[in-house]
Design a protein. Structure first.
Length: 623
């Protein structure tokens, strides 16, 4: 039985994860956000779950008041489970007694709603409600079980079995009974049960959970679900996962399913299945991923678009899809050890995960556009926002999967920093942190991503040689390790380390111009500016009065002075007629101006604004 306090703990693979007992964030970029999550976001979410009535659905179920008193969408139960997962990780990290009391109170309310055979859902199965499993396409019943199980896995790993774990085990046994080889031969329209069952197997050692996860993975793609307006690719039921070449359909569903498939492949030694998902990851990253790491181009079905269909102003890039991407990339990193997976995790963390929450932890982006054409309006702090594509961070949504997903991700964030193998320690993400494993302890000092110096201090070390491996990001040409040049990939140091030794990795953080693949039609003739792992953007609040952000044209050069990055450009004035097409170029305005750029994750924190990441080049130049 694996007890590492980490969201994913495979029993095989190239690397072994370190969890919340081994890795602790120290003051810096990520600890500040993790603390905001603990002190503000979790309580904010709990308050909204009560206010919206979603938590009260469990009381109504226990007291026989359904369906009349039910509130929220068919999947609203899952937001309570994700909150419980966040609370579990936080309790394991901090031992917060007051948080534990709130957790236990919610668990008791959930337990009261569970039925005798283990079934647990407030939207199905009672008089006046649809029968159980009568709407596998849209009902989210197994998806709901998945998040319940994930919450229980977190709890088991940080403090051992409790009432929530008992609830989840009964639910998992029910699922296996109902959907096993002799049961319902179908799957859920929204994957999530697959990685959850695999993780429950890892916690309990109960083989039937892994077998059921494998059965769900193998069934999908054989048209077991009804066709819908978006096509079966929406929920990945169009092609068997072994035959697919790329992630497709609903971006969250696609990444969750792929994560579950990796779990199944690793635990069963199925190299063919692992190779299939690996192939899909590489093509999706190369052709269907935004510069920020965001995934999803289509609003109508929250879906990945076709190859190179990546319009910045229509980028959906749902926050939950970014979390699914991290889940998938982390599992592939553990399986293969390839730093490319950690590169994408870094990009996604700094440019989507860090972007979504407001500074106070009480507002969130659901979608993460790369081009905001109109300033929008500030949502009221006490009003639920019905639309996902809000132009500013909103306190709560009619579908609030993203706030709760962020809460569980931030609470467990330290578990994504480092791994070990038989040779030593690998550091994948750079943050001020303390790491201990076996008879070794190190401390990372850094002000990353503002500064590129990462100092690893040895606090304890065995008398025998071991290997310290540091990831050199793909963008970091010119990096040095203890003053010696290193190339992107892994930088390894193997020796007998002494207490007090300091290893210094220097990553160059000068701003760099990034040009898109010319096959991405929507941004041809544009460039973006990046600094280290951070994507930069231009925001209207930084421009002189009267300057239209959408009229800017820039030169392909960026400069940094005193910590401020700028590009030089001018504005254009379109021809003065009512038809938007014609012969001849736009009219350039006189003079040039310096255009300040700021981290994309900082946008929309100073009130309504327009914003763009991809900036059109002056005269269409790309070099």
């Amino acid at each position: 039985m694996i007890t590492t306090a980490t969201p994913a703990a495979p029993s095989a693979g190239r690397l072994r994860p370190l969890g919340l007992r081994e890795v602790t964030l120290r003051p810096g970029f990520w600890q500040q956000r993790q603390d905001t999550n603990r002190t503000a976001s979790i309580a904010h979410i709990e308050q909204w779950l009560e206010k919206a009535g979603w938590l009260g659905n469990f009381d109504a179920a226990a007291q026989g008041r359904l369906p009349g008193d039910r509130r929220g969408r068919e999947f609203s139960d899952t937001e309570i489970y994700k909150l419980l997962e966040a609370m579990s990780w936080e309790y394991g990290r901090t031992g917060d007694a007051e948080l534990e009391e709130r957790y236990q109170a919610i668990v008791r309310r959930v337990a009261a709603a569970q039925e005798a055979d283990g079934y647990l859902n407030t939207n199905f199965g009672r008089p006046g409600q649809q029968p159980r499993y009568s709407d596998l396409e849209w009902g989210h019943e197994l998806y709901s079980f998945g998040h319940l199980i994930q919450a229980a896995v977190a709890r088991a790993r940080v403090s051992g079995p409790d009432l929530l774990v008992q609830i989840a085990v009964r639910a998992a046994d029910h699922v296996c009974d109902m959907f096993g080889p002799d049961g319902i031969t179908s799957v859920c329209g929204h994957p999530e049960i697959e990685p959850a069952l695999a993780e429950l197997y890892r916690v309990t050692g109960e083989r039937r959970y892994l077998d059921q996860a494998r059965l769900f993975v193998e069934r999908r793609g054989h048209q077991v679900l009804a066709d819908i307006e978006f096509g079966r690719s929406y929920y990945q039921d169009d092609v068997p996962i072994r035959d697919a070449d790329v992630l497709r359909g609903h971006a969250v569903r696609a990444t969750y399913l792929a994560a579950g498939a990796v779990d199944v492949a690793v635990e069963t030694g199925d190299t063919e299945l692992l190779d299939a998902v690996t192939r899909q990851w590489h093509r999706t990253v190369a052709r269907r991923t935004h510069l920020t790491g965001g995934m999803g181009s289509r609003h109508q079905d929250e879906a990945l678009g076709e190859d190179f269909m990546l319009p910045p102003d229509r980028a959906y890039a749902e926050t939950c899809a970014a979390i699914g991407s991290v889940m998938l990339s982390w599992r592939l990193l553990l399986a293969h050890g390839d730093p490319a997976y950690a590169d994408l995790i870094e990009r996604t963390l700094f440019n989507v995960i860090a972007t979504s929450p407001a500074d106070d932890g009480r507002g969130f982006f659901y979608t993460n556009t790369l081009h905001q054409r109109v300033p929008g309006t500030e949502p009221a702090p006490d009003v639920l926002v019905p639309r996902a594509a809000s132009s500013l961070r909103a306190p709560w949504f009619a579908v609030s999967c993203c706030p709760t997903n962020l809460a569980r991700t931030y609470a467990s964030l330290a578990a994504y920093l480092a791994t070990v193998d038989d040779d030593g320690l690998q550091i994948h993400q750079y943050a001020a942190a303390s790491i201990s494993f076996r008879d070794t302890a190190v401390e990372i000092d850094t002000n990353y991503p503002d500064e590129g110096r990462i100092a690893v201090r040895i606090l304890e070390s065995p008398d025998t040689p071991w290997t310290l491996s540091l990831r050199v990001p793909q963008w970091a040409a010119g990096a040095t390790l203890d003053g010696r040049p290193v190339v992107p990939g892994w930088a390894h140091l193997t020796r007998r380390f002494e207490t007090g030794d300091v290893v210094v990795l220097e990553l160059p953080l000068q701003p760099r111009i990034t040009a898109p693949d010319p096959r991405i039609d929507a941004i041809r003739g544009c460039v973006a500016v990046e600094r280290g792992p951070v994507v930069l953007c231009a925001e209207s609040v930084d421009l002189p009065a009267g300057v239209d952000l959408n009229a800017l044209r820039v030169l392909p050069h960026a400069e940094e002075r005193d910590g401020a990055v700028t590009v030089t450009g001018h504005t254009v004035q379109p021809p003065a007629h009512g038809w938007p097409y014609g012969i001849g170029p736009d009219h350039r305005t006189a003079g040039t101006l310096d255009i300040p750029l700021r981290p994309y994750h900082r946008w929309a924190r100073r009130g309504p604004s327009t914003m763009r990441v991809w900036l059109p080049l002056a005269d269409g130049r790309t070099e």
